[in-house]
Design a protein around this ligand. Structure first.
Ligand code: HSE
Length: 412
């Protein structure tokens, strides 16, 4: 049996490296007598690569080669990945993808195509890099009704926030370091504006709750507005700021989901996740809370998940995997502002005494936070729990303060 790899970037080259290095044990685990790499598709030239003889530029060579039964898609982006993957599935080839954008946007369509053609479409690497999460949700936790899922889903932003929290490093320097380490997307906007985490929570929510959740339906905020001042105030609350993707089942036919920076207690399971590590907390009705933790980005951790899917495809060549989801429905994803939360608010006021009188009158009990060397007109506090829309309305009604930063506080 042969495989082909489409896209020789960070992940694709990692896949070839792991596949080559551990080839003997991979073949043994695949239950095949042979499992070999036949083609690598890329528009670029790699004349010095040890696999130089395998490079091709024409996708049709893979499509028309009946010996290629498994195709790895590590190109990223929607086009032409979608067209290539669709064609492979229609041609009876199983496909393994690490492409979150593809799965989050076209997952329902591609899983349906795989089912119609009795092949596999697997994407363990699309969420959490090397952290096992798709199989655990669909297999090990299959007995549960999953009520909620929340995760640190983007390694780049967690790396940046960790550097800001622990080393007071500037946002720009930390981003540069993350790019040098190969964690960031080609365009890091997808990381820092939360789009990457959004795609991942879409995939997880689709798996957990049984209907496709599309990125456009999810409220998404990134970390670009987080300042060292916020980091310091939150530190005085024994907490840290993390970019979380969250989704919660409200009823049989309604969920709520969002991506945003959140405040979590430092000693909590998600609060203790540093650097490029990801962690995903799943709340099931039988299991309670369970957390999956590991390296969420980088060449070899991601390749580890891709190659495991290749082995699974080889092992179950004639058997379609039994996971999938229905298409979405209008209003399936509810308004996120109806979710209950506490809010951290950093603000300034010319008259702080008057400001605190107004805050007490509007919000009732609050928790005041501190930081060293804060400007005289600045302060920060945390509200009591309420619906976000109610808290926002209250905040907007206070005319004596100028809000600078608002961050949700969670109980994970
Ligand atoms: N840019 C992504 C991250 C890569 O930093 O998590 C893995 O999906």
């Amino acid at each position: 049996m042969y495989i082909a790899v489409m896209g020789y970037g960070t992940v694709g080259s990692g896949v070839v490296e792991v596949f080559t290095k551990n080839h003997d044990s991979i073949v043994k685990r695949s239950s095949q007598s042979e499992l070999d790499l036949k083609y690598i598709l890329d528009i670029r030239d790699f004349p010095d690569d040890p696999n130089a003889d395998k490079f091709i530029k024409d996708f049709n060579i893979i499509l028309n080669d009946d010996d290629v039964k498994i195709v790895v898609e590590t190109m990223g982006g929607l086009h032409p990945a979608f067209e290539f993957v669709s064609s492979c599935l229609k041609a009876g080839k199983s496909v393994v993808s690490s492409n979150k954008e593809l799965v989050a946007t076209k997952g329902y369509e591609l899983l349906s195509l795989a089912e119609q053609n009795n092949v596999n479409f697997l994407f363990e690497a699309s969420v959490g890099g090397g952290v096992p999460i798709i199989r655990p949700i669909t297999q090990c936790l299959a007995a549960n009704e999953i009520d909620e899922i929340a995760g640190i889903l983007n390694g780049t932003t967690n790396f940046i926030l960790t550097k800001m929290i622990e080393e007071s490093m500037s946002f720009d320097d930390a981003l540069k370091l993350a790019q040098e380490n190969g964690y960031a997307e080609k365009d890091p906007t997808a990381d820092i504006e939360g789009f990457d985490a959004c795609r991942k929570i879409c995939i997880l929510a689709s798996l957990c709750f049984g209907r496709h959740v599309y990125p456009d339906d999810i409220h998404t905020e990134g970390i670009t507005h987080i300042t060292l001042a916020d980091v310091e105030y939150v530190n005085s609350y024994n907490a840290v700021i993390k970019l979380l993707g969250r989704a919660k089942r409200l009823s049989e036919d309604k969920i709520v989901a969002m991506v945003s920076p959140c405040i979590v207690k430092s000693f909590s399971q998600l609060g203790n996740v540093h650097d490029v590590f990801n962690a995903i907390l799943v709340r099931g009705d039988a299991i309670g809370d369970v957390v999956f933790y590991g390296k969420g980005a980088g060449k070899l951790p991601t390749a580890s998940a891709v190659v495991a899917d290749v082995i699974d495809c080889a092992k179950h060549a004639k058997r379609k995997k039994i996971f999938g989801w229905d298409d979405s429905e209008p209003d399936y994803v509810s308004d996120y502002t109806q979710m209950e939360t506490e809010l951290y608010i950093r603000a300034t006021a010319d008259d702080k005494e008057k400001a605190f009188e107004d805050i007490a009158e509007t919000f009732g009990e609050i928790t005041v936070l501190y930081r060293r060397n804060a400007p005289a007109n600045e302060f920060a506090f945390i509200t009591e729990l309420d619906k976000e829309c109610v808290l926002t309305e209250k905040l907007n009604s206070i005319k004596s303060i100028t809000p600078c930063s608002v961050i949700r506080v969670t109980d994970y």
